[in-house]
Design a protein around this ligand. Structure first.
Ligand code: TPP
Ligand code: SF4
Length: 252
């Protein structure tokens, strides 16, 4: 019988530690498929975050480095500048990227570092128990905003790709989601384009991916994908915010 679907070589066969319904595993799969389809497995280095994806090195079958919380863009910068022949990506959650790592991500984008950032936005600090993040929606209840986030106290959630796309150094910036199969396919296309931007040496590239955290949203997996579809995308619109890659890769 002809095999029509299998595990892509960049993904190991280790069972993941993610909760049922979590988006991280889906992102890992499409990320690994892109790396294999572009033939980059031997030249790729991933910088794993501090967050639920901290064990990325167990799931990815290519070189992986760890970095202190929020500092993956800085480590990726050093790695890429020392070895421009490598394909270097930073994998980050919203606590990692938009809170403690705000300075690193802004300056890496502004400098136009030839790195790719996979930004998994689940609107909470998953690993540490579901605290409020800079991307938590106004009104959203979390461990540290039990009555819902208030604008007067904490401001508005930060729209990261809109912010970073204004820099000349940013070549590609898109926001996608993994709440249904169509959006998963679009996520894969966006990741491919972001990596292509790096391979072509155009500049900094980022894909923000809206992702479910059913555990700390206090929802079932089904409720969590409905929450992304009905609430998150209203504040965090999906689409491409900047694309200077030309016609070299397929469109999102
Ligand atoms: C310097 C430092 N500060 C704080 C922490 C604690 N810490 C670990 S993971 C984490 C937040 C992770 O949330 P996020 O980046 O959104 O990723 P998720 O787990 O939701 O995927 C924090 C605050 C740490 N490990 N190191
Ligand atoms: S806590 Fe949330 S982000 Fe972390 S593995 Fe569970 S569902 Fe995923």
């Amino acid at each position: 019988m002809k095999k029509i679907f299998g595990r892509t070589p960049s993904l190991t066969d280790a069972p993941t530690h993610y909760c049922g319904g979590c988006g991280h595993g889906i992102v890992h799969r499409v990320l690994c498929e892109v790396i294999d389809e572009l033939g980059l497995r031997e030249s790729t280095v991933g910088i794993a975050p501090v967050g639920c994806a901290v064990l990325g090195y167990d799931y990815w079958n290519f070189d992986v480095s760890e970095a202190a919380h929020g500092r993956t863009p800085a480590v990726a910068t050093g790695m890429k500048r020392a070895r421009p022949d490598l394909t270097v990506f930073s994998y980050q959650g919203d606590g990692d990227l938009a809170a403690i790592g705000t300075a690193e991500i802004i300056h890496a984008a502004n400098r136009g570092e030839r790195i790719t950032v996979i930004f998994v936005n689940n609107t909470v600090y998953g690993m540490t128990g579901g605290q409020m993040a800079p991307t938590t929606l106004v009104g959203q209840k979390t461990l540290t905003s039990p009555h819902g986030r208030k604008f007067e106290e904490f401001g508005e959630p930060i729209r990261v790709v809109e912010l970073l796309s204004q820099f000349r150094g940013t070549a590609y910036a898109a926001r996608t989601s993994v709440h249904n199969p169509v959006e998963v396919i679009k996520t894969k296309k966006a990741i491919k384009k972001a990596f292509q931007a790096q391979v072509d040496g155009i500049g900094f590239s980022i894909v923000e991916i809206l992702s479910q955290c059913p555990t700390y949203w206090g929802m079932t997996p089904v409720q969590s994908v409905e929450y992304v579809r009905d609430e998150l995308v209203k504040y965090f619109p999906l689409g491409t915010f900047k694309d200077e890659t030309g016609a070299k890769a397929s469109a999102v």
